[in-house]
Design a protein around this ligand. Sequence first.
Ligand SMILES: CC(C)(COP(=O)(O)OP(=O)(O)OC[C@H]1O[C@@H](n2cnc3c(N)ncnc32)[C@H](O)[C@@H]1OP(=O)(O)O)[C@@H](O)C(=O)NCCC(=O)NCCS
Length: 197
Amino acid sequence: MSCSAHGGGMKVNGSTILEGERIVLVPYKREHVPRYHEWMQSAELLEQTASERLTLEQEYDMQRSWFQDENNCMAGDVNLFLNDNKLDIAEIEVMIAEPSCRRNGFGREALLTMMNYGANHLGIKKYEAKIGCGNKASLSLFHKLGFVETSYSDVFNEWTLQLNVTEGIQEWLAEATNHVSVHNYPFRPRNTTPSDH
Ligand SMILES: CC(C)(COP(=O)(O)OP(=O)(O)OC[C@H]1O[C@@H](n2cnc3c(N)ncnc32)[C@H](O)[C@@H]1OP(=O)(O)O)[C@@H](O)C(=O)NCCC(=O)NCCS
C-alpha cells in the first residue's frame, strides 16, 4: 500500500516505510502512478473517495507535487493531510482499491499504523475524516476506531467524523501497532521475492 503525509508541499515521510502484519506502507512514488491511475478509472471508487477523474499526466503531476521526485502488491493507499496553519489537526483517508484485498483487515491496520505515526511522531492531536453518507463500510471502519460524527454537509452528502487524540488514544495506538517496524525506502518487504518486482 502506498501512504503519504503531506501539507502545503511539505514532505513529511518521503523515505519512511512502515511494515505491519498484513500491510506495508510505502511512500507514493512515481512507479506507483500507473497502477493508481488504473484504480481511479472506477466510477465507484471515484465516488467513494470523492475524487476527480484525472488523466495519467495529471496523476503524475499530482504525485510530483506531493513528493517532488519519483509494487506489485499494491492494494490501496492511506493519506494524512496536514494543515500548514494547524499542524496538530490532520485529515485522514484510506482506500483499499483492489476488491479482492478487502475484508482482510488491511484498511484497519493501515489506518492504525498511519494514525499512530501521526499521533506519536508528528504530534497530531485530532483526526478528521470525510465520508459519504452511503459508505457503510467506511463509516463502520472509522466508528470502530473511535471516530464520531461532528457535522454533515448537504452539499457533498458526507459526514465529517473526528477523533481527539487523548493520552489514552495515543497509548492505545502505540499498543495496537507495536508490531510495526520502520525502514527506509527502498526496502524489500518480508513476503516478496526478487521475481515479484
Ligand atoms: C472502506 C474500506 C477502506 C475498508 O477497508 P477493508 O480493508 O476492506 O476493511 P477491514 O477489513 O480492515 O475491515 C475493518 C472494518 O471495516 C468495516 N467494513 C469493511 N468492509 C465492510 C463492508 N463491506 N461492509 C460493512 N462493514 C465493512 C467493518 O466494521 C470491519 O470490521 P469487521 O471486520 O470486524 O467487521 C474499503 O472497503 C475501501 O477502500 N472501499 C472503497 C474506497 C472507500 O470507500 N474509501 C473510504 C473513503 S472515506
